[in-house]
Design a protein around this ligand. Structure first.
Ligand SMILES: Cc1ncc(COP(=O)(O)O)c(C=O)c1O
Length: 447
């Protein structure tokens, strides 16, 4: 069989894109009711700080930790008996694979999930635990997908595209139905965008039920494939680098999602930098008391970055789409967030290397209520007298004002000290930044 034939997917055919209809999403919502969790959509504690009535849709509470279950369940329920007998197959490194694994097992449908060999071990293990047969193939998604589609054709299995199968898009749209029932008087909905199924499904529902509602899609600067496609009016290949929002890492957006979204369903796409995503993860942990993955934090990140000055004082829903983050990634995100907000500070200071010299510096920090995280002495490679020692210090403070107080104290007491470059300017939150968001251009890039 030729490569084009192997990779042909009748549900995602560029020559025959499918229009997704509100009625089909409504039907999906009735179909999957009781098989997925109707997640809460509650007012965020961060609302005051962000200057809007912000509601977060808690999709990370699904059993597999992500909204992706909705589309998968809907697709599985629409299979005929023969298709159920032969089973389903998917190529994925993440949340879609877990959803396929969990729901096919719960319905007694055989399933295979193909991952490439560099996939994170935690995701491989999770997927397998939910019951799918796991296959490792190739070193990237393209290879895994090609392999999965080859098996699909050989074994007559149904290949489920995780962001472009029409029944998947309809399933994801059920998030929109719930939002409209849960929150009254919504002015705008902000949705993370990878391949585009969540954005597409929600936009169709919300615009149908309340045409004046504003719909915004969010990508990060490392995953901006939809922005690129809309700009060029073509599904172009976008090079994805490692991203904290790995769930949004799709090289080429969907045939059906692109076709539907470019019909004016989305008011604007915004692109937020990955630093803001780390900070959003930290604020969500600290203020909302829940853990989201990078893709689940991009909407809050975009608000914090000031990309929506037009939404000041408005009622806004943002989708916290998933919670599957490795503990190591979470730890890094929290540290980056603290550093970006002047709460984790690094400096060098040269102190007297006689008894009590280091203790004196530590005492100054203690008097200010600054927590010492790390202190490494350096003796061999420094200039000056041999009775000096350079300390490489990392401390935790309560924020910019506290940091300033500490910097002044250290500078006053020590001649030789060096602080890493810090910028409070980048710490401004929503509304302080007037950017191109209000421009009629459908694409807004964070500068
Ligand atoms: C947590 C999370 N949020 C958002 C998305 C983006 O969804 P879509 O590909 O439908 O745009 C994904 C995709 O896997 C995801 O896992």
């Amino acid at each position: 069989m030729k490569n084009e034939d192997i990779e042909f997917d009748e549900f995602c055919d560029p020559d025959n894109p499918r229009k997704i209809k509100y009625d089909d999403i409504l039907a999906a919502s009735r179909r999957i009711m009781g098989t997925i969790i109707r997640t809460p959509c509650t007012r965020a504690h961060m609302s005051e700080k962000l200057g809007m009535e912000l509601f977060l849709k808690h999709e990370f509470l699904q059993i597999t930790g992500c909204f992706k279950e909705r589309g998968v369940r809907n697709t599985l329920m629409l299979l005929n008996d023969e298709q159920k007998k032969y089973g389903v197959i998917a190529a994925t490194t993440g949340n879609h694979g877990c959803a396929v694994s969990y729901h096919s097992t719960s319905m007694g449908v055989p399933s295979i999930v193909v991952m490439h060999t560099f996939s994170p071990i935690t995701k491989i293990n999770r997927c397998e635990r939910f019951g799918a047969k796991l296959m490792l193939h190739g070193t990237d998604m393209a290879m895994a997908k090609h392999y999965a589609m080859t098996i699909a054709k050989e074994k007559k299995m149904t290949y489920i595209n995780g962001f472009d199968h029409p029944n998947v898009i309809e399933g994801q749209g059920t998030v929109g139905i719930e939002i409209m029932e849960q929150v009254s008087g919504i002015d705008a909905v902000i949705v993370p965008c990878g391949g585009g199924s969540l954005l597409c499904g929600i936009a169709i529902v919300c615009k149908h039920l309340k045409p004046d509602i504003e719909i915004y899609g969010v990508e990060t600067d490392k995953t901006a494939s939809m922005v690129e496609a809309l700009r060029k009016n073509e599904r172009v290949h976008f090079n994805i680098e490692a991203s904290i929002a790995d769930g949004l890492g799709v090289n080429k957006v969907g045939v059906n999602t692109f076709y539907n979204l470019k019909q004016g369903l989305v008011d604007k796409m915004v692109v937020v930098s990955e630093d803001w995503v780390a900070r959003a993860i930290m604020h969500i942990v600290e203020e909302e008391k829940f853990v989201v993955e990078g893709a689940g934090a991009v909407c809050v990140a975009a608000i914090m970055a000031g990309l929506f000055p037009n939404l000041k004082g408005k009622r806004v829903v943002a989708i916290a789409s998933g919670g599957n983050i490795d503990t190591t990634t979470l730890a890094r995100a929290l540290e980056r967030g603290m550093a970006a907000e002047g709460r984790l500070v690094k400096f060098k200071v040269t102190v007297c290397d006689r008894p009590g010299g280091m203790a004196e510096m530590c005492g100054l920090l203690a008097n200010l209520g600054v927590t010492l995280r790390d202190c490494v002495p350096e003796r061999a490679w420094i200039k000056g007298d041999v009775f000096s020692v350079e300390l490489k210090v990392i401390v935790e403070t309560r924020g910019w004002d506290h940091t300033k107080e500490m910097v002044e104290t250290i500078k006053k007491n020590y001649k030789e000290c060096y602080f890493q470059e810090m910028s409070e300017k980048s710490d401004k939150t929503a509304g302080t930044r007037r950017g191109p968001c209000l421009a009629p251009n459908p694409v807004c890039m964070q500068k």
